[in-house]
Design a binder for this molecule. Structure first.
Ligand code: GLN
Length: 200
């Protein structure tokens, strides 16, 4: 881990890896794709992108990343998951594959593909707590929602009654894809979380 400039990893097994790397680079931070256990050693935070959570969960095992990543998350390394990334960080998954094992980094139960067929994908403007400057564009693509959140989990935004942005300590998760909307304020929030995290 670096003392000054934070280095952010983007889990690069599948999904919107490039979009997150570009958004982070736009903020002037060093951001790197992560595919190997040894690449986890010197990062200060990790982004888990949108994509397909069943595939990402399976590839965590194939690439031997599950244990070292769980260990770093358990030690408090900040993480930001968007869409499939939210599912991967959750404690448990409804409507997942029976063999789909999440990382349990934040105390939420998520429902995959929760918005159903009619509104499979949509874009809306969302007020997100902790994000100043007005509401932000939020792109939902076969998105999950949070079905239950632990008592200490902060709900930052909802669609209807369903939480779609949550935070607990150093873990941030959104049902939508800030990496494709051109609005980098959630990435900035994550960067602040990384900079102020314990152990830096
Ligand atoms: N439905 C996908 C899943 O279960 C998530 C979709 C996304 O990341 N856009 O992983």
């Amino acid at each position: 881990m670096s003392a000054a400039e934070p280095v952010i990893g983007v889990l690069a097994l599948q999904g919107d890896v490039r979009e997150h790397l570009i958004t982070l680079a736009g903020l002037g931070v060093t951001a790197r794709p992560i595919r190997r256990p040894r690449e986890l050693v010197d990062i200060d935070g990790i982004v888990i992108p949108g994509g397909e959570s069943t595939t990402i969960c399976r590839l965590l095992d194939v690439f031997d990343l599950r244990d070292p990543l769980s260990k770093r998350l358990g030690e408090g390394m900040p993480a930001f998951g968007s869409c499939a990334g939210m599912i991967v960080l959750a404690t448990s998954i409804l409507d997942g594959r029976p063999d789909q094992l999440p990382l349990a980094a934040i105390d939420i139960v998520v429902r995959r593909n929760a918005f159903g067929r009619q509104v499979d994908s949509f874009e809306t403007d969302l007020a997100v707590e902790g994000i100043s400057g007005g509401s932000m564009p939020a792109v939902f693509i076969r998105a999950p929602w949070v079905e239950r959140a632990g008592r200490d989990v902060q709900v930052l935004a909802r669609v209807g009654e369903h939480p779609v942005a949550v935070r607990h300590r150093s873990v941030l998760a959104t049902s939508f894809h800030p990496e494709v909307s051109g609005d980098d304020r959630l990435h900035r929030l994550f960067l602040d979380m990384v900079i102020t995290a314990d152990g830096r």
